[in-house]
Each structure stands twice: as C-alpha cells, then as structure tokens.
Design a protein around this ligand. Sequence first.
Ligand SMILES: Nc1ncnc2c1ncn2[C@@H]1O[C@H](COP(=O)(O)OP(=O)(O)OP(=O)(O)O)[C@@H](O)[C@H]1O
Ligand SMILES: O=P(O)(O)OC[C@H]1O[C@H](OP(=O)(O)OP(=O)(O)O)[C@H](O)[C@@H]1O
Ligand SMILES: [Mg+2]
Length: 282
Amino acid sequence: MLRIAVPNKGSLSGPAGEMLHEAGYQQRRESKELRIVDPTNEVEFFYLRPRDIAIYVSSGKLDIGITGRDLLIDSGADAEEILPLGFARSTFRFAGKPGTANGVTDLKGRTVATSYEGIVAAHLAEQGVDASVVHLDGAVETAIELGVAEVIADVVETGTSLRNAGLEVFGEPIMKSEAVVIRRSGADAEEPKVQQFLRRLQGVLVARTYVMMDYDCRVEQLEKAVALTPGLESPTVSPLHNEGWVAVRAMVPAKEAQRIMDDLYEIGARAILTTAIHACRL
Ligand SMILES: Nc1ncnc2c1ncn2[C@@H]1O[C@H](COP(=O)(O)OP(=O)(O)OP(=O)(O)O)[C@@H](O)[C@H]1O
Ligand SMILES: O=P(O)(O)OC[C@H]1O[C@H](OP(=O)(O)OP(=O)(O)O)[C@H](O)[C@@H]1O
Ligand SMILES: [Mg+2]
C-alpha cells in the first residue's frame, strides 16, 4: 500500500484534496480525520501539518507527500521534488516600511522576522550578509509595527497582506513556490505504485489545462488547420459523409482555445466545438 502525506490545514489543504479527488482517490469526509485508507486504489493518506510533511517523507515512513516547495526547502529534510502541481503559487520576498532597504545587502546588522528561518538564513549566508533572524509562527507582517523586526521575509501572493500592513517588497524574490509532490531523496524512481500515482496527478493537470477541440474543414484547408491544432501526438482526421470535408479532433491548451477557434473560423473551418476533458493519461 502506498503511503501518502497530505496537508491537513492551510492554503495547500483544500486544493490538494480536490486534486486527489479528481484523480479518483477517496478523501477524508471531515477535517478532523488524520488518516484514511483507500482500499480500491491501495493507498493510505496521512493528513499532516504541511510544514512536517517533508520530515515524514525523508524518514522513509511515508512514500510520498504533497507540500509547498518553500516548506520543503525550509525544512532542510532529505527529500526531493518530483512533480510540480501548479497550485498554492507564491513568491518568497523581503519586505519592510517604504525606504527601509533596497536589497539584501542593506540588511547587514538588522533583524528579519520570518516563519521560514531555514530559507532566510541560507539566503543571507549565500549573499554573505550578517543579519539576525527572528522566528515567528505567522502573521509576520505585524512584527514591524510592533518593533520585533525591521524587515520581514514572507510568502507573497496578491500582496494584499503587505499593503494592508503598509509594507513594500524590496530586492529580488528569494524563491518561487508552488505545491509539489516530494519523495525521499534517492528513493526508487521506477516504483510502479509511485509512477501510477504521478500519472494520475499529471492526468488531472492536463485535464485542467487542455480542452478537446472538434471541427469540420475542407480537405484543402486541412494542413493550415492542423498547424493551428497540432494536438499532442497528431490530430485525428476522419472523413465526413460530404466529400471534400473532414472532421478534425485535437487537444488544445484551454487558455488558447478562443483564439484558435477564431483562427480556424477565419480559414473556413466550421462546427468548431470545445469540450472539457475530465481525466487523462498522456
Ligand atoms: N496566500 C497564499 N497564496 C498562495 N500560497 C500560499 C499562501 N499562503 C501560503 N501559501 C503557501 O502555502 C504553504 C504554506 O502552507 P501552510 O499551511 O503552512 O500555511 P498557510 O496556508 O499560511 O496556513 P496557516 O498559516 O493558516 O497555517 C506554502 O507553500 C506557501 O507558499
Ligand atoms: O499576498 P497575499 O495574497 O496577501 O498572501 C500572502 C499572505 O498569505 C499567508 O498568510 P496567512 O493568511 O496564511 O496567515 P499567516 O501569515 O498566519 O500564515 C502568507 O503568510 C502571507 O501573509
Ligand atoms: Mg500562513
């Protein structure tokens, strides 16, 4: 049975549960459940604090986990990223009151508050900057107002929390994060159960980012049409009852679907339809 760590709370928890559900796995019915078995799929899910997941996975007691890239790196655990999942995207940045600093080198001798001490300490060391780091559990934006630190380093998504606290980012982003699947460093990459799990999640990612497009076009326009919808391998082309016409079917990126439909119409394609993909194995 594959043992998988899933975030039990916070920004990662909801989207991770949805993705697993879309991939056909049973998920817990109520938020207090700490562990469930999905016997049909031969997996066991452990609902853990996102920050602890890399530690469990690196210990080898759990096979894989879903966590944030920033949490993985911050933990220093001996685990590695094997699949980015595209949600809980954020950047990790320094911020302070306007005019506090222009870059990391201005932080010499100052105090930085953060929940991600590992990332910050490593970054400061890498840049050769000698600054103090104060660890806080959350709501670090308030640390400046209350005089605990002059600077914070925190997760930024929309920037609303910083704006509300009258703070501005400065310097280069320290890192970009998103939810990722992790495993113990050097674990068997070919393990069939792990591969099957990854293929299922990849299927969800593809189903979310592609749509199926169908249309009819004249044979003379087929090459132009196929150039617009090359599909993944190559589009399916079927004869129509009316001679001189074919039906074409191909997957296209959802974000480009409307533009492609316009372009297909321009070259004479008709009956252009898109449909959602519910599941997929590439
Ligand atoms: N506002 C946000 N937008 C996108 N990703 C976020 C946001 N806040 C946190 N994250 C990401 O979520 C992960 C942190 O999850 P975690 O559950 O520890 O914190 P949280 O979502 O802030 O929850 P809480 O602080 O309430 O426990 C990190 O990978 C972080 O980059
Ligand atoms: O740029 P934004 O869209 O505002 O998102 C970033 C904020 O979201 C998270 O906070 P959360 O609400 O989880 O509280 P926390 O600081 O206690 O973790 C994060 O720590 C930032 O404060
Ligand atoms: Mg938080």
